[in-house]
Design a protein around this ligand. Structure first.
Ligand SMILES: N[C@@H](CCC(=O)N[C@@H](CS)C(=O)NCC(=O)O)C(=O)O
Length: 318
C-alpha cells in the first residue's frame, strides 16, 4: 500500500483539465491481452472482473461477459457506485445495496489493486479492472479491449452456442470500427466532456457535439434494430451503455439537455428499449439506482449530492 499522497490520482475534484477548461480522458495503462500461448492464458477462474454498475465503460464489460456466457469463467465484483476522494470504494467502506466486498484481498478501494499491481502507478484508478489472480496483477483496464478479449479468448472453454456469439465479426470489422470512431468522441466521451468542462466554451463545444452525434445515430437507426450489419455487435454495446444513462444522468447532471432520448430520438429510444427488455445481458447489467447515485454524488458538479426523483420511469416499457 502506498503511503504517498495519491489524492491527485483518486479524487474527482482534482481531475485535470486542459487550459481551455476541457476534459481530456487519459489513456488506460494496463493493455495486455489474454490469448493461448501468450503471457496470460485463457483459463477458467484465473481472472476476476471489478466493475461499478454506475460506470458505462465497466458496463460494456459486464454486458459482453453475459452475452458470451462467461459468468463461471470470470467472476465479478461490484463496487459501491459513489466515487469518493479515495476513488471507488468497496462495500465495506461505503455500503450500498448490490455493492460487494473485495473477495480476493479485502481491499478497501479499487486503488489498492492498482498499487498491488504496480506500487509506482501514477494514473487514475478506473474501472473496469480485469485482474489476474495467478500473477496478481491487472491484465487490462481498457473496456474496449476487455470486450474484445471476452469476445474470443475463451471460446474453446465455452459451449458451442456461446462460442459462436461474435460481436466483432471479420466481415463487419471495418464498419464497426468506422462507427466506433465517431460515436466514442462525440457521444460516449462527449457527454463527459460536456459534464466535466470547467469553461463555458468547452461545454458549448462538447454539448453541441453530443447532439450532432445523436442526430447522426438517429438517422442510422431509423427502422433498424442494430447499428451495423443487421445483427448485434460491439458497436451496439458501446453506444447502448451511454444511451441508457442519458435521460437518468447525462441530461441533468452533465447538462446534455437539448432534449431527452425518450422525447427527442424515437429510433434510438426504441433500439435501446428493445435491447433492455429483450436481452437479459443488457437489463441485468443495468442498475438505475447505482447509475443515479454514482453520477449525482460527484460533488464538483452536484455539491448537495441530491439525487433527482425523475425521470419516471427510468426506462419506458416496449
Ligand atoms: N478508458 C477507460 C475509462 C474508464 C473510466 O474512466 N472509468 C471511470 C468510471 S465511469 C472511472 O473509473 N473513473 C475513476 C476516476 O477517474 O477516478 C475504459 O473505457 O475502460
Amino acid at each position: 500500500m502506498a503511503t504517498r499522497d495519491v489524492s491527485a490520482q483518486s479524487d474527482l475534484s482534482k481531475l485535470k483539465r486542459e487550459a481551455d477548461g476541457s476534459f481530456k480522458r487519459p489513456a488506460s495503462s494496463f493493455r495486455d491481452v489474454i490469448e493461448r500461448g501468450g503471457k496470460y492464458e485463457p483459463e477458467s477462474d484465473r481472472y476476476h472482473l471489478y466493475v461499478a454498475y454506475s460506470c458505462p465503460w465497466a458496463t460494456r464489460a459486464l454486458i459482453v461477459r453475459k452475452l458470451k456466457g462467461l459468468e463461471d469463467i470470470i467472476p465479478v465484483t461490484i463496487v459501491s457506485p459513489r466515487l469518493g476522494p479515495q476513488g471507488w470504494p468497496f462495500a465495506s467502506v461505503d455500503p450500498f445495496p448490490g455493492a460487494e466486498d473485495d473477495p480476493l484481498y479485502g481491499s478497501k478501494h479499487i486503488k489498492d489493486l492498482y498499487f498491488k499491481a504496480d506500487p509506482d502507478y501514477s494514473g487514475r484508478f478506473t474501472v473496469p479492472v480485469l485482474w489476474d489472480k495467478k500473477d496478481e496483477t491487472i491484465v487490462n483496464n481498457e473496456s474496449s479491449e476487455i470486450i474484445r478479449i471476452f469476445n474470443s479468448a475463451f471460446n474453446h472453454l465455452l459451449p458451442a452456442e456461446k462460442a459462436a456469439v461474435d460481436l466483432y465479426p471479420e466481415d463487419l470489422r471495418g464498419e464497426i470500427d468506422a462507427v466506433n470512431d465517431w460515436i466514442y468522441p462525440s457521444i460516449n466521451n462527449g457527454v463527459y466532456r460536456a459534464g466535466f468542462a470547467t469553461k463555458q466554451d468547452a461545454y458549448d463545444t462538447a454539448v453541441r457535439g453530443v447532439f450532432e452525434g445523436l442526430d447522426r445515430v438517429e438517422k442510422l437507426l431509423d427502422d433498424k434494430d442494430y447499428l451495423v450489419g443487421g445483427r448485434l455487435t460491439e458497436a451496439d454495446v458501446r453506444l447502448w451503455v451511454t444511451i441508457i444513462r442519458f435521460d437518468v444522468a447525462y441530461h441533468g447532471h452533465f447538462k446534455c439537455n437539448f432534449r431527452t432520448i425518450r422525447d427527442g430520438y424515437p429510433a434510438i429510444d426504441l433500439w435501446a428499449r428493445k435491447l433492455y427488455w429483450n436481452v437479459d445481458a443488457f437489463k441485468s447489467s443495468t442498475k438505475f439506482d447505482h447509475i443515479k447515485a454514482g453520477y449525482y454524488s460527484q460533488v464538483t458538479i452536484n455539491p448537495t449530492k441530491i439525487i433527482p426523483a425523475g425521470p419516471i420511469p427510468d426506462i419506458r416499457s416496449l
